[in-house]
Design a protein around this ligand. Structure first.
Ligand SMILES: [Zn+2]
Length: 264
């Protein structure tokens, strides 16, 4: 009966893996736009540990991309290429909020591999802290300085807007949208000497009015947190992304690149 037990064991393991990973989902066409927040081992008492990917895992994910022939481009270039019908194996790596750990942890790992990324800035928090998160009980975290933004811009990192004070745009009136969206664009233009092309909606939340405000402020593309890949016919102001979480192992990462999700 040993062979039966062994067979049953293998079956159970397969069933377990099938339950955890949705490997049977069809691979989606289009550009994978990866979404990260923190690259750090410091949890600092956060309630959102899932948004803190360890530098070791991040490095392995970058190596996976390189080993599989992916070229990491600034988001606006990767999206424009996809709209033009270019089918090269491209990935865009994005970071929301502009934390100090992008400069300390993520950038060195990207740079030593010849890769680049796009960082969405909360312009009112530059040279300061993540004050918008404190009433949710999140720990204080350093935000990039203007000086670091200028330095990284010269090294090929793309910067985009993520509002002025990390507001939920779907709750704002026209005046609020002007402050948060146009104000953010103006602040980035002042730092870099040119407007930003890309935007990311805080909390992934947007309505028609907010979408129009983002377009009017001169952003060509805007990202949601909706899972999926970008195709030539996707609305450029509703770019889907693939969230990479702290708990994702390399199999999750591989599945997400293909299917935008790895588990249910
Ligand atoms: Zn954010």
């Amino acid at each position: 009966m040993e062979w039966l037990a062994a067979g049953l064991g293998t079956g159970l393991v397969a069933a377990g893996l099938s339950a955890r990973y949705n490997w049977w989902r069809r691979s989606l066409p289009g550009l994978p736009v990866l979404m990260y927040h923190h690259i750090t081992d410091q949890l600092n008492g956060t309630n959102l540990a899932k948004l803190r990917v360890s530098p070791r895992r991040f490095a392995r994910q970058l190596d996976f991309l390189l080993d599989h022939g992916y070229v990491a481009l600034p988001l606006s270039r990767a999206l424009a290429q996809m709209q033009a019908g270019n089918r090269t194996r491209t990935v865009a790596i994005t970071f929301d909020d502009g934390y100090q750990d992008f400069y300390q942890e993520a950038w060195p790992l990207l740079q030593e591999r010849g890769m680049t990324a796009t960082v969405f800035l909360v312009t009112g928090a530059l040279d300061d802290l993540n004050r918008w998160d404190w009433d949710k009980g999140e720990p204080p975290e350093g935000i990039l300085s203007r000086e670091q933004v200028r330095e990284l811009d010269l090294l090929g990192v793309e910067f985009g807007g993520h509002t002025h004070r990390h507001k939920n745009l779907s709750q704002l009136d026209e005046r609020g949208l002007l402050l948060e969206v146009t104000g953010c664009q103006k602040a980035i233009s002042d730092i870099l000497g040119r407007p930003a092309r890309v935007f990311s909606y805080p909390y992934g939340l947007v309505n028609q009015k907010a979408l129009e405000a983002v377009h009017r402020a001169g952003f060509s593309y805007a990202c949601t947190t909706w899972p999926g890949k970008f195709q030539a016919e996707t609305n450029p102001l509703m770019v889907p992304r693939i969230i990479v979480k702290r708990s994702d192992d390399l199999l999750d990462f591989r599945l997400k690149l293909g299917r935008a999700r790895s588990r249910f």
